[in-house]
Design a protein around this ligand. Structure first.
Ligand SMILES: Cc1ncc(COP(=O)(O)OP(=O)(O)O)c(N)n1
Ligand SMILES: Cc1nc(C(=O)O)sc1CCOP(=O)(O)O
Length: 211
């Protein structure tokens, strides 16, 4: 199993400070392997402090911390990488700034051509979505299970599925062969986030024949 594999949690935009750390630690205890800090607020100092605290927590559980959009925050906080979409800095620019060891993930929506291009340019993973309707991003383009199966056949780099994924529908997504499930509400809106994370982690392990 490579390190870009398993449950990939993304922080919800309405949760900050100790309350966020508490929920993230529950997810890490439950087996979450990758955390993305996704905070589009403008208070740089607050974002830096939050990213550093999340980094400390991720190190404790040997999980990766990825920063959404922001290479400066990635460098300042010591995170392992960034996630970039179509409105963000290019992959080449981010690689030049962060170096060969950084994890750089690219949003591909439902665009297979974009994914092939990102793969050829050295992305560490590509993300497809939204797999299901997402209350977090209701206007997201849709990429269904068939597209994920096709991506698995055509691409050899790690694949992320995102959008509307829950502990209930997670098995149908894992069965397509994707490497990671990225989730916000399906984890953070659960009454017991640790239990939700553990359920998904166990589904991944069962799928790999590694319970
Ligand atoms: C793992 C993962 N996949 C997709 C996204 C969406 O990224 P993007 O299109 O750049 O949109 P914003 O997250 O910036 O609103 C993601 N963040 N993470
Ligand atoms: C941030 C984001 N990007 C998407 C895409 O399709 O690119 S879907 C999405 C929201 C994911 O949140 P939830 O797990 O709550 O649906």
């Amino acid at each position: 199993m490579h390190r870009l594999s398993g449950l990939y949690a993304i922080t919800p935009r309405n949760l900050h400070g100790p309350a966020l750390l508490e929920q993230v630690e529950a997810l890490l205890r439950g087996g979450c392997r990758i955390l993305q800090y996704r905070d589009k607020s403008q208070d740089r100092e607050q974002r830096l402090n939050q990213a550093r605290d999340l980094g400390t927590l991720c190190r404790k559980y040997q999980a990766l911390l990825i920063i959404n959009d922001d290479t400066d925050l990635c460098q300042a906080s010591g995170a392992q990488g960034v996630h970039l979409g179509e409105d963000d800095m290019s992959l080449e620019q981010a690689r030049a700034l962060l170096g060969p060891e950084a994890v750089i993930g690219i949003s591909c929506y439902n665009d297979m051509e974009r994914a092939h291009q990102a793969s050829a340019q050295g992305a560490d993973y590509v993300a497809f979505g939204a797999v299901f309707p997402s209350s977090t991003k209701p206007l997201a383009r849709r990429a269904g299970l068939e597209l994920l199966r096709q991506a698995r056949k055509e691409l050899s780099l790690p694949l992320v599925a995102i959008g509307g994924i829950t502990p209930e529908n997670a098995p149908s997504v894992i069965e397509t062969g994707v490497d990671m499930l990225a989730m916000i509400q399906g984890l953070f809106a659960q009454p017991d986030p640790e239990k939700a994370a553990r359920r998904i982690d166990q589904t991944f392990k069962a799928f790999r024949g590694n319970p």
